[in-house]
Design a binder for this molecule. Structure first.
Ligand SMILES: C[S@@+](CC[C@H](N)C(=O)[O-])C[C@H]1O[C@@H](n2cnc3c(N)ncnc32)[C@H](O)[C@@H]1O
Length: 251
C-alpha cells in the first residue's frame, strides 16, 4: 500500500497553487541548485509535480519520479492541460534503475526523504542516476527539531522547542499536526545518519542552509504550521547540496 495514494487529493489541495518561489524554503533550495537552464534534472519523489513544473518553466528538462500513482495522475493532468515536456515515472526511489531513467545533471528531492523508509538504497539510487560531478539538493524537516516526541513550551521568556527521543530512529506519526506527519507520518533519522548515508553513497556535502524564514511566509496552507514563532528560534527545515564524488582515473 502506498501511503500518499490515500491522501493524494488532500495533498494536492494542501500544497495549493501558490508558485514555488513563494515558499521561502524552496527559495533556499533554488539558491543551492543554481542556474538550472538547459539541465536534465530528476525531481525525486515529485508528488503532484509542483517542483517539476517550476523547474521546467525555468528551462530545465525534467523527469519527475514518485511511488504514488494517484499523485502522478494529478501531475499528468497538469501536464496535459499545459504541456511542459515533463516526463513522469512511477518508481521507487529506493531502487531506481539507471537504464530506465538515464543520467542527470542534478537530482532534487524537496521535502520527501523523511517519507522514504530506507535511506541507504535511496542515496545509492541518487548517486547511480547522476552524471559524474552531478549535484543533489534536498530539503527535509530538520531532524534535530522534529522527532516522534517534539513540541513547544510557551514560557514567560518566549516559546521553546522541546525535543525527546532524538536517538530513536524510525516511523512516527503525530496526533496533532495538520500536515503529512499527522496524515501518513514520517521517518525520523539522526543528522549523522543522513550525512553518513550520503558519504557512503559518494555524495559529498558542499553546502547547507538552515533558513530562518518566519517573516517571509505567504498564506499557503502547507506553510501555515511553519509560521509559528518557535521557528524564529530554531530552524524547521534543513537544506543540503551535495556533489557526486567520482574517483579520478589514474593518468
Ligand atoms: C511530502 S511529499 C513531497 C512531494 C513533492 N516533492 C512536493 O514538494 O510536493 C512526499 C512524497 O514522497 C513520495 N514517496 C514516498 N516514498 C517514496 C518512494 N519510496 N519512492 C518515491 N517516492 C516516494 C510520496 O509519494 C510523496 O509524493
Amino acid at each position: 500500500m502506498v501511503a500518499y495514494d490515500d491522501i493524494a487529493e488532500w495533498y494536492d489541495q494542501w500544497v495549493g497553487t501558490s508558485p514555488m518561489h513563494n515558499d521561502p524554503y524552496f527559495s533556499e533550495v533554488e539558491t543551492l541548485m543554481g542556474d538550472v537552464t538547459g539541465q536534465r534534472i530528476c525531481d525525486l519523489a515529485c508528488g503532484q509535480g509542483r517542483v517539476s513544473r517550476y523547474l521546467a518553466d525555468l528551462g530545465a528538462q525534467v523527469v519527475g519520479i514518485d511511488l504514488s500513482a494517484k499523485l502522478l495522475e494529478i501531475a499528468s493532468r497538469h501536464e496535459m492541460e499545459l504541456p511542459m515536456g515533463i516526463e513522469y515515472l512511477l518508481a521507487d526511489a529506493q531502487n531506481l534503475d539507471v537504464e530506465e531513467v538515464g543520467t542527470f545533471n542534478g537530482v532534487i528531492c524537496f521535502m520527501a526523504l523523511m517519507d522514504i523508509p530506507d535511506l541507504t538504497p535511496t542515496m545509492n539510487s541518487v548517486a547511480r542516476i547522476l552524471h559524474p560531478d552531478g549535484w543533489f539538493v534536498f530539503s527535509i524537516l530538520h531532524p534535530s527539531f522534529h522527532t516522534s516526541q517534539s513540541g513547544e513550551l510557551v514560557l514567560p521568556e518566549g516559546v521553546v522547542r522541546t525535543i525527546r527521543s532524538y536517538f530513536v530512529e524510525g516511523h512516527w506519526r503525530s496526533d496533532t499536526r495538520t500536515g503529512p506527519p499527522g496524515k501518513v507520518g514520517a521517518y525520523h533519522r539522526m543528522l549523522l545518519t543522513y550525512v553518513n548515508a550520503l558519504t557512503d553513497a559518494g555524495l559529498i556535502v558542499e553546502r547547507m542552509s538552515e533558513p530562518c524564514t518566519i517573516d517571509s511566509f505567504t498564506d499557503t496552507p502547507s506553510l501555515s504550521g511553519l509560521k509559528r514563532p518557535v521557528w524564529a528560534e530554531v530552524p524547521a527545515v534543513l537544506v543540503v547540496r551535495c556533489r557526486k564524488d567520482t574517483p579520478k582515473q589514474e593518468a
